[in-house]
Write a protein that binds this ligand. Structure first.
Ligand SMILES: [Zn+2]
Length: 292
């Protein structure tokens, strides 16, 4: 199995950011300008309970977006929506007594895709999984969930692995959740392998899993065949193969300027999740690959 179609380009995007339409510091126009200058192909403006319209602005595809928020007993659940096509009343699905399942269903009914935002920041536990049916991904890295803007709970890799070990193989994205625009913007992204940078093509590729998440490194191809996973990347210092097994031999492949790394699947492995680390310590992440 090859993950990516090498005849198709990759489009770079950020699925989570805020503007002066809610609690972000920049206007939509200025926020879009930052991402246009940084070479992003698409973004979604996901203001709190505030829907942005789809348009092409400054050469960037701006997908319709929103962020919904729910308070459960001991945790919060934030859900971003992108690619909404139908009119969407965000306040109507964030009423007291409602939960993430209501927001996710409404986003999907409006033609969009729902993403679980920053589970580590939200102190999410596996108890929320039954209420997340229908999400298209979770944020494995969220730029603003780092100091100095926050504490340091930006990475949700252990939530991802626990969910996968419980049988919920949720794809992963990296997103900025930019609010301040003093370093929390243009850091984290997804690269989507699609025939065109349109709403339909991007959502199709997201549904098909043809994307990776990153803060720097590129992932060029992934092949699963003959009991092995082979990953081709931009120059890497380390490639790590996580799974449901707590210990396996050969999980961490190291070198200088590596362009390819391979891992032999072990008996009892039900999924593999790959991280690529470059010389600067920046990571790229693949969604968990189900093996069963
Ligand atoms: Zn947000």
């Amino acid at each position: 199995m090859l993950l990516f179609d090498e005849r198709l380009p990759f489009f770079k995007g950020n699925t989570h950011m805020h503007t002066t339409c809610s609690d972000g510091r920049l206007s939509p126009q200025d926020a879009i300008a930052r991402y246009a200058r940084a070479g992003y192909d698409f973004i979604a403006l996901t203001d709190h309970r505030t829907v942005s319209p789809e348009r092409i602005e400054q050469g960037v595809l701006v997908l319709s977006g929103v962020e919904l928020d729910y308070r459960l007993d001991v945790q919060v659940v934030h859900i971003t929506g992108l690619g909404l096509r139908e009119p969407f009343d965000a306040h109507a699905v964030c009423q007291p007594g409602m939960g993430p399942e209501d927001g996710i269903a409404a986003i999907r009914a409006a033609g969009g895709r729902a993403i679980l935002a920053h589970p580590a920041w939200s102190l999410n536990t596996l108890s929320v999984l039954p209420r997340l049916r229908g999400v298209s991904a979770l944020e494995i890295f969220n730029s603003v969930s780092q100091s100095p803007w926050n504490g340091d709970r930006a990475e949700s890799a252990s939530f991802s692995d626990l969910a996968s070990t419980a049988g919920a193989y949720l794809p992963v994205v990296c997103a900025d959740d930019a609010h301040f625009y003093d370093g929390d913007e243009c850091q984290s992204f997804i690269c989507v392998n699609a025939p065109a940078c349109t709403r339909e093509a991007l959502l199709d590729a997201l549904d098909a899993g043809r994307f990776y998440a990153s803060r720097g490194p590129r992932i060029e191809q992934v092949e699963v065949a003959n009991g092995r996973v082979v990953v081709r990347t931009s120059p890497a210092r380390r490639v790590i193969f996580y799974s449901n097994l707590v210990w396996t031999d050969g999980r961490c492949v190291q070198g200088s300027g590596m362009r390819e790394a391979a891992y032999a699947l072990q008996r009892g492995e039900r999924f593999v999740r790959v991280e690529v680390v470059d010389e600067a310590g920046r990571k790229a992440y693949l969604s968990p690959i189900a093996l069963d």
